[in-house]
Design a binder for this molecule. Structure first.
Ligand SMILES: [Zn+2]
Length: 422
């Protein structure tokens, strides 16, 4: 066993602060929610909102302490996390500038009203990782240096003039220490947005080997503006072009059919559900057709809504075929005619949804397929996951249920997904 086998990875963590979010972040009642977050009367979302009010250092501190306590408590049990010497967290800052929810909130500091910008958020994570906030008198386990594998948020609609271009913005932050790219399509764009296609092309041509994390679920955070229908219709009018290249027309037509079906489905009227059109895993077929070796984590393995539906309807083949959970499984398992994997660097993670114990049997069965076992990553979606459960219960219950497969998803697979980045 190499020394690297002693690292435990959580591939999906947020340290985003309240002040990095816009005024109407959770809709029209956001300001009220912010005011009453310390009351115990709001279960579920309450702990999440309270955590958001802390600094990134305080949030990371809470997380690290949870794991250290867990490791001590279960050290001698049958399903201990073996020989863990270090915990590392893929941290995902967020760019909410174009989600149609107003400007970032104002906050008071030294008697002045301020708004934070993206750069400050990104720098805070780097400073934390560089050990700038380490408490030298503290026990080593509570130090923050080297705990973070930061992913850079990329919003293709942002104006990057200040940095020259989106690619220059990315190059700048990768040099400064960012290791991967994070995109969040539910904020109002498709994963095949022409700017993103140019980015994938850049990653592939430069052989950067940069991992990308994207959300494939319907959740609380999505485009809140009034322009949603137009956004979708305009994007679907014609296939995206990038660097003078057209995408595969057959694949484009297939995707359009799926997406039109999704948008016209009864009940898909409100922004929350309609934004699922952006997160839909089918979008990635178009991307992977062009860039089959891209390293991507389709986070959440389908998400709560779809996994719930899968559990209910698993014996109905038509419904199963259109289910996001099975779609992601099939994409990972897809093979070329010679038996090699079609998308060898396509991964998913078990964050959020899979914290629910009632899905652990399904996950255990799923991971019996070694093609899937090799491409699933452990991630929790801390601190958003506090809405449905607790971090350590998730790790412990999952470890109890899936046994040694837990080491594969929390240690071996993340190493492969993150390898190549220094
Ligand atoms: Zn997340």
């Amino acid at each position: 066993m190499t020394s690297d086998d002693t690292v435990f990875y959580n591939c999906h963590v947020h340290l985003v602060r309240d002040r990095d979010s816009p005024e109407r972040f959770l809709g029209d009642f956001t300001s009220i929610l912010r005011k009453i977050r310390f009351l115990k009367i709001i279960p579920g979302i309450g702990p999440v909102l309270r955590m958001a009010g802390k600094t990134s250092k305080e949030i990371l501190d809470t997380l690290i302490k949870k794991y250290e306590r867990y490791n001590k408590k279960f050290r001698n049990e049958k399903f201990k996390i073996r020989n863990i010497k270090k915990y590392q967290f893929v941290v995902l800052p967020m760019d909410f500038s174009e989600m149609g929810a107003g400007e970032l909130i104002e906050y008071e500091e030294n008697g002045c009203l301020k708004r934070r910008n993206l750069e400050e958020q990104l720098e805070e994570i780097l400073a934390l990782n560089a050990g700038k906030y380490d408490d030298r008198n503290d026990n080593e386990i509570y130090h923050y240096k080297g705990r973070i594998i930061p992913f850079l948020p990329v919003e293709p609609r942002r104006n990057y003039e200040e940095c020259g271009s989106m690619i220059e913005y990315i190059e700048y932050w990768l040099k400064k220490g960012y290791k991967g790219i994070k995109i969040y399509p539910a904020l109002g764009y498709f994963p095949w947005h022409p700017e993103l296609m140019r980015l994938y092309d850049f990653i592939q041509k430069k052989e950067l080997n940069v991992p990308i994390l994207t959300h494939t679920s319907v959740g609380m955070i999505y485009y809140r503006g009034d322009d949603l229908k137009r956004l979708i219709e305009t994007a679907l009018e014609q296939p995206p072009h990038y660097n003078g290249k057209k995408v595969n027309v057959e694949c484009w037509e297939l995707i359009k059919t799926y997406l039109k079906l999704y948008t016209t489905k009864s009940g898909h009227v409100r922004n929350k559900l309609l934004c699922g059109v952006f997160s839909h895993p089918i979008n990635w077929l178009l991307v992977l057709k062009e860039f089959p070796n891209l390293k991507v984590n389709l986070a959440h393995f389908g998400g709560l809504r779809e996994v719930r539906k899968y559990n209910r309807w698993k014996n109905q083949p038509l419904r199963v075929a259109n289910n996001w959970f099975s779609m992601i499984s099939n994409m990972i398992k897809a093979e070329n005619t010679d038996g090699t994997p079609k998308y060898p660097n396509l991964y998913t993670d078990v964050s959020a949804t899979w914290g629910k114990r009632r899905f652990h049997t399904l996950l255990n069965q799923t991971l019996l397929d070694t093609k899937l076992l090799d491409r699933v990553l452990f991630g929790s979606d801390f601190y958003n996951n506090q809405i449905i459960g607790y971090e350590i219960n998730f790790a412990k219950h999952l470890r109890d249920k899936i046994g040694n497969k837990f080491n594969t998803i929390a240690q071996l697979n993340p190493k492969k997904f993150l390898q190549g980045i220094k």
